[in-house]
Design a protein around this ligand. Structure first.
Ligand SMILES: NC(=O)c1ccc[n+]([C@@H]2O[C@H](COP(=O)([O-])OP(=O)(O)OC[C@H]3O[C@@H](n4cnc5c(N)ncnc54)[C@H](OP(=O)(O)O)[C@@H]3O)[C@@H](O)[C@H]2O)c1
Length: 308
């Protein structure tokens, strides 16, 4: 097997896979074959996206103190592992410059599906953020979203203008709290965006009774945030034994447990997992392979985490 792999993979690819196999020996060899990485389509165009992406908030927040090397490694790991989706947004010029430097290393940005956000109040401020993003990230964003529905009316008008001018391929809006779901659904009904982003996991299941069915009905692509509740999920499951029946849907870790729960929902287009650790990213990417839990199994999964 090793000889065969050396013949078809570059040395870097091989090393990455070797690290992954050491970390997760239970995974089959085909797991990290980039060409076969599972994708789902964006309803408005049919374009296909890898089902696991990188949420970059934590990695970007460390750029000023730790430098760009760690973030560049994460981006390479994402691409080598078959992913392309990176979710980020503009903070200030200094941080955006560092983010852009990492994104543009070895031309990686051209291979990424770059999802950014506008976080501003007022048209002028929104435009300034979007122009700085375009300039410093080195690419027209594939997707731009209004962050947390903030200043929605003004920023959404701006995004529509950007899309029309060819400065964004897709536009939408994000929320990350259950309390925002009603407003998100109103926005979806009124504006029919290309994309929305919403919180959803085996613990935070609210989206499956409102936002997700509506997205399916209206043909809106959905990216998921908080798959691990920003890390608090791991505190909840720490020390608990993974149920043996998780193997029935090819799940071998608590990270995969939440990701497979999310991916089992057919309306989910892509799950954004935030990490600073390449091994975690590979583990998260691996969740896209193998079997997924059915409805009865998903009910069982919810019950298990509820009592931890
Ligand atoms: N309103 C909005 O637009 C909004 C709000 C929230 C989030 N988001 C987006 O969604 C992304 C993800 O959501 P989130 O920020 O709530 O983070 P999350 O993905 O729910 O959790 C991140 C935490 O989980 C840990 N982790 C990740 N993979 C792991 C693994 N395999 N094993 C153990 N620990 C693991 C990470 O630590 P390590 O670094 O140690 O791996 C990190 O502390 C964000 O980056 C952002 O892009 C958007």
């Amino acid at each position: 097997m090793a000889e065969e792999l050396y013949q078809v993979l570059s040395r870097r690819d091989f090393l990455l896979r070797a690290v992954a196999y050491t970390a997760m020996p239970f995974l089959p060899a085909r797991v990290f074959a980039r060409a076969n990485y599972p994708t789902r389509s964006i309803p408005s165009t049919g374009e296909r996206l890898p089902v696991i992406g990188l949420g970059s908030t934590k990695a970007v927040s460390q750029l000023e103190t730790r430098g760009t090397a760690g973030f560049k490694t994460l981006l390479r790991t994402l691409l080598d592992g078959g992913g392309t989706v990176v979710d980020t947004w503009s903070r200030d010029a200094a941080l955006d410059r560092l983010t852009g430097e990492a994104l543009q290393t070895d031309g990686m940005v051209d291979k990424l599906f770059l999802a950014t956000k506008v976080d501003a109040v007022g048209a002028e401020a929104g435009r300034a953020v979007l122009e700085r993003t375009r300039q410093l990230f080195g690419k027209t964003s594939d997707l731009i979203q209004v962050i947390s529905l903030r200043d929605l009316k003004t920023q959404w008008a701006l995004l529509k203008e950007y899309k029309e001018a060819g400065k964004a391929r897709y536009i939408g809006a994000t929320v990350s709290r259950d309390g925002q779901h009603a407003d998100m659904m109103t926005f979806m009904r009124n504006e029919r965006p290309d994309f929305i982003q919403v919180n959803y996991s085996v613990v935070e299941t609210n989206a499956q009774t409102g936002v997700l069915p509506l997205a399916a009905e209206l043909g809106i692509a959905v990216s998921i945030n908080r798959p691990f509740m920003n890390g608090s999920y791991f505190s909840q499951v720490r020390g608990a034994k993974l149920p043996e029946w998780a193997a029935e849907f090819d799940c071998h870790s608590w990270a995969q447990f939440s990701l497979k729960y999310i991916l089992a929902h057919p309306t989910v287009t892509c799950v954004l997992t935030e990490t600073t650790n390449p091994k975690h990213l590979l583990e998260n990417l691996s969740s896209a392979y193998g079997r997924f839990p059915d409805a009865a199994m998903r009910e069982r999964m919810r019950e298990v985490v509820q009592f931890l």
